[in-house]
Design a protein around this ligand. Structure first.
Ligand code: NAD
Length: 349
């Protein structure tokens, strides 16, 4: 049975999730009933059909002034701004008539109280969100801990972050076979839509500096995201992020002290093995093109959570591992969100 899904927040990830849903199956893998944002419906249609990063959508699109017609089917649209309501209010009560199985929140502004209110007021049976908001019932990284999903206990589920989805599968392989004593993670991340093109106000002041002219160091909670899924890593990770003036494809550079001696060959074989077996489609080992290095844009549109740049894998003194990986921070993440919905569909609601 196909899940009945609502999407709140039609920014990069909300629209990307819609694309991913129709990229898998032209009639849509899941039955998206309703979508909401603060924008007008024609503005959503405009942004869906003119995407500077991905081009035309993989579905036909029209707008009748009230709703969107996606691949020939009407998807209801509601203009909402949750910030105008208190979490204890039944602010999404008007969505109850759609009998949603899952409400997907990609606003980035919801609090845990907002998300619990959806469940409490029976607007949807489950909520899936796109960050690690404190208090979620489960942080799910598909391919690593999706088998922990328990419909009786898990109602508000985080699909972790793009960086969490990229790193945690690799950490889980290393933890299973070798062990990690300490790792330092550097993420080099494209600008995000809450940054400023020119200097201006931002709640995090340095993200208010022009995104077009600087590399901006900022915090990332990827260490926390990883430890939520792999608790043995708690206290063993440090992380830092640099926002750069590109639109898409994130790079992660990792150095790790391993718990036992190993070889470069053993590490390569481990990643190759898992990329062929239990993590096929999630991690991918890349060797460049005919001996040439690829540019980050060459990874645009790849659905893997992490593409390991194998030529950059280094090992020194038997225990110091260097890893470099790339990922399409939008499309790959949205593909995992679809996988998370698949887990809920199979596991029950
Ligand atoms: N962009 C990425 O690479 C990426 C990857 C993984 C996860 N995420 C996470 O996904 C979330 C969204 O990121 P994004 O890049 O799509 O941001 P975005 O700013 O492009 O989109 C957010 C959308 O939500 C809408 N919105 C915000 N508050 C709202 C409210 N109160 N009511 C109704 N609509 C509201 C906005 O109008 C906007 O269209 C963030 O939590 C982000 O951390 C982003």
């Amino acid at each position: 049975m196909s899940l009945r899904v609502g999407i709140v927040g039609l920014g990069r990830i909300g629209r990307g999730m819609l694309r991913a849903n129709y990229a898998e199956l032209t009639s849509g893998r899941f039955d998206i009933q309703v979508m909401c944002d603060v924008m007008s419906v024609d503005q959503v249609a405009y942004l869906l059909s003119h995407d500077s990063t991905y081009g035309n959508p993989p579905f036909s699109l029209d707008c009748d002034g009230n709703n969107l017609i996606v691949a020939g089917k009407t998807i209801h649209y509601q203009r909402v701004d949750r910030r105008r309501a208190l979490p204890e209010e039944d602010s999404f009560g008007h969505l109850r008539k759609y009998e949603l199985d899952v409400l997907f929140d990609a606003t980035g502004t919801a609090t845990i109280e907002d998300l619990r209110s959806i469940i409490k007021h029976k607007v949807a049976k489950k909520v899936v969100c796109t960050t690690n908001i404190a208090g979620c019932d489960l942080s799910m990284v598909y391919g690593v801990n999706d088998n922990q999903y328990d419909p009786a206990r898990h109602h508000v589920i985080s699909a972790s972050t793009c960086t969490g989805n990229a790193l945690v599968p690799l950490f889980s392989i290393l933890e299973k076979h070798i062990g990690i004593d300490y790792a330092r993670i550097i993420t080099i991340h494209p600008a995000l839509s809450d940054q400023r093109v020119l200097d201006g106000y931002h709640a995090t002041s340095h993200l208010g500096r022009s995104s077009a002219v600087s590399i901006l160091p900022t915090k990332t909670n990827v260490a926390h995201s990883a430890a939520l899924v792999l608790p043995a890593l708690q206290g063993k990770l440090d992380s830092l992020s640099y926002r750069i003036p590109t639109a898409i494809v994130s790079v992660i550079d990792l150095t790790a002290n391993l718990s036992r001696d190993t070889t470069r060959e053993e590490c390569m074989e481990l990643f190759e093995h898992h990329a062929r077996t239990d993590m096929a489609g999630i991690i991918h080992c890349d060797y460049g093109a005919w001996g040439h290095e690829k540019a980050s844009i060459d990874y645009l549109g790849l659905p893997y959570s992490a593409v390991l740049v194998m030529n950059h894998l280094s090992l020194s003194n038997g225990r110091h591992l260097g890893l470099s990986l790339m990922h399409d921070n939008e499309l790959a993440y949205c593909s995992r969100v679809i996988d998370v919905l698949g887990v809920l569909n199979r596991g029950g609601l």
